[in-house]
Design a protein around this ligand. Structure first.
Ligand code: HAM
Length: 417
């Protein structure tokens, strides 16, 4: 019986994994510089956590969650995103008692039962950040600038930053009413999802990707025209800061996001090089969620980057070589193989990636293997070398070669001979 990976689920292997590791390492450095600390959140949570935060009528909760009953018949869900678990963690550990803001990042797999296609998976990885405690627009600006820095540091250019404010509980009801009035006589033309959204969450009609719905919403009232004074000032200040920080953005009043917890600022980073699934990263404010989960009234904001999409973009533009062994130790005969084993262990302890021969392959096939795995140097030990305590070396890159004392093997690697 042969098994294959499940639909929409991928193995991430070399050489791609090196790109992933580089992204993660650059993210860690930048997050450290901005004071974001790592948290490792569970992959499973109570189903209710996601229903209450993302929203019962959202696509994620309605259609996409991996939910099952555990052996004690509790309803468990594989996390579809990281914000709700981060809020649960913040409240559960009373992190509001620590100096504010508390800033965190996480990396790991998320699960959504979506229709798989290019850039859309059922298990995908996010790098996410969440900052708790500041309602100031400077906190929003900090996050967006940090995201821009990180994406640029990885080498990606030509990204579009789209930004919007969807208001708060004071101003959103007026906007909802305006939308309901605008869409009232268009209902017949909408897709079945939007017909349902009309009664449960009309803002989400603005997010629909169906061609006919896009046409029907032309001329719909813009949320930014309905913001209360506080929300308008907040948004204005944020945009002012982004201008100062040289972040080029486009205002997109249709950017309402598919998760219900957002308030005020929402943003998305897209790339035209990604096809239909073009959002590389997205996020926004969720000033009510901590309180809704029983915590103190704590404003918060975050974003998440889709790793597969970022890696796909990078793969297109980088000619980066996968790392390769520093040396391959070719040996002829039992005694030489044992000696080779010792030399390999010593060089590895000094920090080099060393590959070695296992068993009785011919020298020719060992050299071929060294070449195939892209080793920089080959060491060769046979009977003669063993007797003389010497080792032959060949640099496969610059074709240099020579013989040295075994004890000096490292000098060949250091000098890049
Ligand atoms: P989201 O927009 O659902 O937001 O996901 C963020 C990013 O994850 C997307 O922009 C995309 O790059 C990636 N992504 C989402 N679904 C898939 C999928 N099926 N396959 C591949 N990549 C995917 C959130 O998850 C929020 N928790 C972000 C946030 C953090 N808001 C505040 N804090």
């Amino acid at each position: 019986m042969k098994y294959s990976a499940l639909k929409g689920v991928e193995d991430i292997m070399p050489p791609d994994i090196f790109l992933w590791q580089r992204i993660e390492s650059e993210a860690r450095t930048i997050f450290h510089n901005y004071g974001f600390q790592e948290i490792r959140l569970p992959i499973i949570e109570s189903t209710g956590l996601f229903i209450r935060s993302i929203g019962e009528t959202s696509d994620i909760v309605d259609k996409e969650m991996y939910t099952f009953a555990d052996k004690a018949n509790r309803s468990i869900t594989l996390r579809p995103e990281g914000t709700a678990p981060a809020v649960r963690c913040y409240v559960e550990h009373n992190l509001n008692t620590l100096p504010s803001p508390q800033k965190f990042f996480y990396t790991g797999p998320m699960f959504r039962y979506e229709r798989p296609q290019k850039g859309r998976f059922r298990q995908f990885y996010q790098i996410g950040v969440e900052a708790f405690g500041s309602a100031e627009p400077s906190q929003d600006a900090e996050l967006i600038v940090m995201l821009k820095n990180l994406l640029e540091k990885t080498g990606i250019r030509e990204l579009n930053f789209e930004i919007n404010s969807i208001g708060c509980e004071a101003c959103r009801p007026d906007y909802k009413n305006a939308l309901l009035a605008f869409f009232q006589d268009k209902l017949d033309g909408f897709c079945p999802d939007c017909c349902r959204r009309y009664s449960v969450n009309p803002l989400r009609i603005l997010d629909c990707k169906v061609e006919r719905c896009i046409e029907l919403r032309q001329g719909a009232p813009a949320v930014t025209d309905y913001l209360c004074v506080d929300c308008r000032n907040h948004f204005g200040e944020l945009l002012g800061m982004l201008n100062i920080m040289d972040v080029r953005y486009a205002l997109n009043p249709n950017l309402v996001r598919g998760l219900d917890y957002y308030t005020r600022t929402t943003f998305e980073v897209t790339s035209e090089h990604l096809g239909a699934q073009k959002a590389v990263a997205a996020g926004g404010r969720y000033d009510r969620l901590v309180k809704e989960f029983g915590g103190a009234d704590t404003p918060a904001i975050g974003f998440a980057i889709g790793m597969e999409r970022l890696a796909a973009l990078l793969k297109e533009i980088t000619a980066e070589q996968a790392p390769a062994p520093k040396a391959f130790i070719a040996t002829l005969g039992n005694e030489a193989e044992k000696k080779g084993f010792l030399i390999a262990a010593e060089l590895r302890a000094k920090g080099y990636w060393i590959e070695q021969n296992y068993g009785g392959a011919s020298l020719k096939s060992q050299l071929r293997k060294a070449d195939r795995i892209n080793a920089e140097v080959v060491f060769i030990i046979g009977d003669n070398e063993l007797k003389a305590e010497k080792i032959q070396w060949k640099n496969l890159k610059n074709k240099g070669s020579g013989v040295i004392e075994i004890k000096d093997a490292e000098s060949v690697l250091k000098a890049g001979c």
